[in-house]
Design a protein around this ligand. Sequence first.
Ligand SMILES: Nc1ncnc2c1ncn2[C@@H]1O[C@H](COP(=O)(O)OP(=O)(O)O)[C@@H](O)[C@H]1O
Ligand SMILES: [Mg+2]
Length: 220
Amino acid sequence: MGKIILFTNVKGGVGKTTLCSIFATYLSQNGRPVAVVDADIQQSISRHRKRDLEDNPRLPLPWQVKTLVGMSTEEVADALVNLKKLSCDIIIDCPGNIIDPNLKAIYSNADIAVVPIHYDGDTLDASLDFIQMFHAKFRAKMFFVPNAISGIEENNKKIKAMRDATHELLDDYGVLTARIKRTNVVSDYSTLEPLNYMKKNAVKYPFEPIIKELEKGGVN
Ligand SMILES: Nc1ncnc2c1ncn2[C@@H]1O[C@H](COP(=O)(O)OP(=O)(O)O)[C@@H](O)[C@H]1O
Ligand SMILES: [Mg+2]
């Protein structure tokens, strides 16, 4: 049986959709079959796939995109039961708010939650509240991925202090991974094409511990 992996945070714009798609491609390229579920009402990943297919209609699909949008809470719960029966991992792109009534079913069924974070005061505060709430209510193992980190941010004293303080707090709730740089190597991604050497390298260190956790339950 596959596992359910979420890309989630209460904040929008932290890289949930981008990293969700790249993670799905990374896994399928490594020979692990995956399906992606678009649970965001904005349907970003579904739209991205549609555009990619318009540009490259002949490319084979590395992974399918399924949507939960428009379903009632009961339908979402049923869909999750059926998704869990598939012999592949399920990667879910979650919406950037937690008032979505379907999130409870999604969160309760998750094995792993990947939480992209960003180093600015607002994002860290909101992310930390979210992480504490998630940890108190759900069983999924959390991975925090600092994303879109620029050189300036890596060296800024104030940000460094904030980052160190946050890392200490995060320790209680999950695993902090290596960071992903702010670069168009990451932002210019395709939902169809395999990752090239540069793209793989940009995400390899943060993704490795997550994949290790996935493989704990045995390869499908
Ligand atoms: N590592 C990165 N480097 C540069 N740009 C990034 C990176 N990660 C995400 N972005 C950009 O940040 C914006 C928000 O990313 P997105 O994945 O849509 O976030 P979310 O799904 O959390 O709202 C997008 O314009 C995306 O291209
Ligand atoms: Mg998104």
